[in-house]
Design a binder for this molecule. Structure first.
Ligand code: ZN
Ligand code: FE
Length: 255
């Protein structure tokens, strides 16, 4: 059992992802920012789309669903979005559900905060986490619909996953995230190393994903809101994690 994963750009800075089961030939697109680049990637590989795994209802994650469904008659798997913005859903999923892409297994984690319906997909056997707009590399999503404590809980749900889990996030925001993180933890050696790596990748026109969750635990200040060095970095020595996380997120909003 083995997944092949392809990474490409959609829209301006969304990541497109294809997850392919080499045994059955099944292929899932994680979200559908726009149909064009996804169809191009499928054609390049000679793969047929069988599933779209939707993470949340924002337009930049669902805009391509109708065209892809029309072209391939794929199954659309999605969270229970209260506004029913996600079109053509075949299967609604919630926390703990396990879905199959061919023979590959993906576990659903509810990660509300960015939106209330946000979910992540974890391919445990293949060590791949698709976290969309909850957890970015060296950052996290804006808290639009939920609350700061809710978003912090969602990040903790992802942080307990193993260090060798690869993180595939929703957007290429890593360079800006690194710049912000260095204002909080300028002395963090792992973050400094990541900054150099990200600069190199971006200069070469390469994506900054996937990253290892273990590395994110060392460099992502939003995942580190309960570290004394991060609290001190936002002048909140001794404060609780939620308070520190809130300050981090509000500072980032203004940065
Ligand atoms: Zn979003
Ligand atoms: Fe997004």
């Amino acid at each position: 059992m083995a997944a092949e994963i392809r990474v490409f750009t959609c829209l301006k800075d969304n990541f497109g992802y294809l997850v392919h089961d080499t045994e059955s030939g099944a292929t899932a697109s994680i979200d559908a920012p726009e149909a064009g680049p996804i169809l191009t990637a499928l054609a390049r590989e000679g793969w047929t789309l069988t599933d779209i795994l939707v993470t949340h209802h924002h337009a930049d994650h669902i805009g391509g669903i109708a065209e892809l469904k029309q072209a391939t008659n794929c199954r659309v798997v999605a969270p229970y979005d209260q506004g029913a913005a996600i079109p053509l859903v075949d299967l609604r999923v919630r926390q703990g559900d396990v879905i199959k892409v061919g023979e590959l297994l993906a576990r659903v984690l509810e990660t509300p905060g960015h939106t209330l319906d946000h979910i992540a997909y974890v391919f445990d056997d293949d060590k791949a986490l698709f976290a969309a707009d909850t957890l970015f590399s060296v950052g996290c999503g804006r808290v639009f619909e939920g609350t700061y404590p809710m978003m912090w809980e969602s990040l903790l749900k992802l942080r307990v996953l193993p260090d060798d889990m690869r993180l595939y996030c929703g957007h290429e925001y890593t360079a800006a995230n690194v710049k912000f993180a260095l204002t909080v933890e300028p002395g963090n050696a792992a973050l400094q190393a990541r900054a150099a790596e990200v600069a190199h990748l971006r200069t070469a026109g390469l994506p900054t994903v996937p990253t290892l969750l273990g590395d994110e635990k060392q460099t992502n200040v939003f995942l580190r809101a309960d570290e004394p060095s991060v609290a001190a970095g936002v002048r909140l020595k001794g404060a609780g994690a939620v308070e520190v996380f809130t300050e981090l997120r509000e500072r980032k909003n203004k940065s």
